[in-house]
Design a protein around this ligand. Structure first.
Ligand code: NAG
Length: 234
């Protein structure tokens, strides 16, 4: 009993940093509350940034894929789908990318922003769309709140059910620099992990109706789950 009490803080501490390589977050229903908060490896301001993740959804309405607020800026970085467009916000400035018609399949999205030029890149399933430019010369402050499943209308909160995510999200990685095209391909095949947020060592906090579930299906992308690999081979 004594030993158990002694070990408890240690066990809880290790649980908060988890290897999610064979897992997904499942957002089963639209709400104005359910979300996952991601905590970066280190707190630092960002001049260059890359965000990659996979998503799988039936939604045809607008939804948020990745929402990062900074102090006084609700859309420091927001990746949002409003079919047939993906909207990327950098420090409140909205840029629209028209993307190919979507099929009901896992989708791999990467976005990069380079403060020195302001250039934003959007990659969907390994395809680079025509680039945009926003907020050249600015930086994103280190006080950041990173949320999956909702669009933050204030720092850390005030969600809109009409922009909530319903479906599955996996393989979320973030870097404090811009990846090269080859590196983006490496992320898609699972070889390159984020240095700011790393799905394989994820510090997260679930609020409301969000489930952690095993990855069950992989087709055009390599899957980290050995059980799935075996079932494809067998
Ligand atoms: C951001 O990337 C540019 C290259 O485009 C580089 O010159 C600059 O030093 C980088 N900034 C930081 C803080 O790493």
């Amino acid at each position: 009993m004594k030993l158990y009490i002694f070990l408890l803080p240690f066990i809880m501490g290790t649980l908060s940093c988890e290897d999610m390589s064979d897992k997904v977050f499942l957002f089963p229903a639209p709400t104005a509350s359910a979300h996952v908060t991601l905590k970066p490896e280190i707190k630092k301001s960002l001049q260059n940034v890359t965000i990659c993740l996979r998503s799988y959804t039936e939604l045809t309405r607008e939804y948020s894929l990745f929402s990062m607020a900074a102090s006084g800026v609700d859309n420091a970085v927001l990746i949002c789908t409003r079919s047939p467009n993906v909207l990327i916000y950098v420090l409140q400035e909205e840029k629209t990318f028209k993307i190919d018609p979507e099929t009901l399949a896992w989708k791999h999205t990467c976005a990069t922003w380079d403060s020195t030029t302001g250039v934003i890149q959007l990659w969907v399933n390994g395809k680079l769309y025509p680039r945009n430019v926003a907020k050249k010369g600015l930086i994103i402050t280190d006080e950041a709140s990173i949320i999956l499943g909702q669009d933050q209308d204030t720092f850390g909160g005030k969600f809109d059910i009409g922009q909530s995510f319903v479906g599955e999200i996996s393989d979320v990685h973030m870097w404090d620099y811009n990846l090269t095209p080859d590196e983006i391909k490496g992320v898609m095949s699972g070889h390159i992990k984020g240095n700011h947020i790393n799905w394989n060592s994820l510090n997260y906090d679930i609020k409301g109706n969000v489930l952690v579930q095993p990855k069950l299906y992989c087709k055009s992308w390599e899957c980290a789950s050995s059980t799935v690999k075996e079932s494809i081979v067998g």
